[in-house]
Design a protein around this ligand. Structure first.
Ligand code: C2E
Ligand code: CA
Ligand code: CA
Ligand code: CA
Length: 279
């Protein structure tokens, strides 16, 4: 028994050190990616369902890895959060997005705003609102061109503090949206105390519309609740005309998803805006 205990201990620690090593290597790669310009922001249109007009964009981070090709943020954001690198990366994404939003505004494109994903790790830092303010000054971006997307699970942690951060961000003039709404078990009493502009219906509830009666009921309930709290609603992950038609019928006017466009580079996004202008 003693022996096997020892073996399992050896196995365990060997495994642990390998993981620590891997984590360390990945962290170094990611840090270098940031320094070497391997990160890029893609943009996905947010669209008015009734006529397909592009009214906004969501910033989505990409890592152009020299050997692995495009690495999904789902793979490296958790690592970036664990190591704290998300603070630098998040600030970089915000700066890039602010610069791009300003470029589109100056070019005369009628885009309401660019939505930027913000990690809970960023929000929980005492100086996040200062960071946002610094980026606005540095980029000379009109804050009305920017919206921050924060996941529902983030706002349920340390709620009093989050409310104070949100109030400061709202005072700077940015909009606030709750991402992945419906997956985070937030309480209504908390929600109504948050200075929010928008709820984003999580794509897991959109995927099986209109056929899945449970999802249809959930989408409806989210929309009704948002309405009564005075928040706007957007549905994400819209891939089919049938989904879009159902959402519009239910009163949700804005959508985002492959039906309209995948996330694309800033240059490609500009071409989409240009195509609308000449239409
Ligand atoms: P998210 O914020 O929920 O973003 C939506 C994800 O759904 C994106 O994946 C997008 O490409 C994908 N998507 C868009 N339309 C469709 C569709 O019609 N069908 C399907 N199946 N998927 C669709 P992506 O770009 O891989 O990003 C994954 C997640 O990584 C994001 O989920 C977000 O949580 C995180 N992320 C991305 N960029 C950033 C960033 O700059 N900062 C932070 N903190 N997180 C980010
Ligand atoms: Ca998002
Ligand atoms: Ca989402
Ligand atoms: Ca998500």
């Amino acid at each position: 028994v003693k022996n096997s205990g020892k073996n399992s201990h050896c196995f365990y620690s060997a495994d642990l050190s390998k993981n620590a090593n891997e984590l360390f290597m990945m962290e170094n790669h990611l840090r270098r990616a940031l320094e070497r310009d391997q990160l890029e922001v893609y943009y996905q249109p947010q669209v008015r369902i009734k006529d397909g007009k592009i009214i906004g964009a969501e910033s989505l981070l990409r890592w152009r890895h020299p050997e692995l090709g495009m690495v999904s943020p789902a793979k490296f954001i958790p690592l970036a959060e664990e190591t704290g690198l998300i603070l630098q990366i998040g600030e970089w994404v915000l700066r890039e997005s602010a610069l791009q939003a300003s470029r589109w505004a100056h070019a005369g494109y009628d885009l309401n705003r660019v939505s930027v994903n913000v990690s809970g790790v960023q929000i929980q830092r005492s100086n996040f609102a200062d960071t946002v303010y610094g980026v606005l000054i540095e980029t000379d971006c009109n804050p009305r061109l920017l919206e921050l997307e924060i996941t529902e699970s983030t706002v349920m942690h340390n709620t009093e503090f989050v409310i104070s951060v949100f109030n400061r961000i709202k005072n700077l003039g940015l909009k606030l949206a709750i991402d992945d709404f419906g997956t985070g078990y937030s309480s209504l009493s908390h929600l109504k105390r948050l200075p929010l502009d928008k709820l984003k219906i999580d794509q897991s509830f959109v995927r099986e519309l209109p056929g899945n009666a449970d999802d249809a009921a959930i989408a409806n309930a989210i929309h009704a609740m948002a309405n009564s709290l005075g928040f706007n609603v957007i549905a994400e992950g819209v891939e089919t005309e049938a989904q879009a038609a159902f959402l519009l019928d239910m009163g949700c006017e804005i959508a985002q998803g492959y039906l309209y466009s995948r996330p694309v580079t800033a240059t490609q996004f500009t071409a989409l805006l240009e195509a609308e202008r000449v239409k």
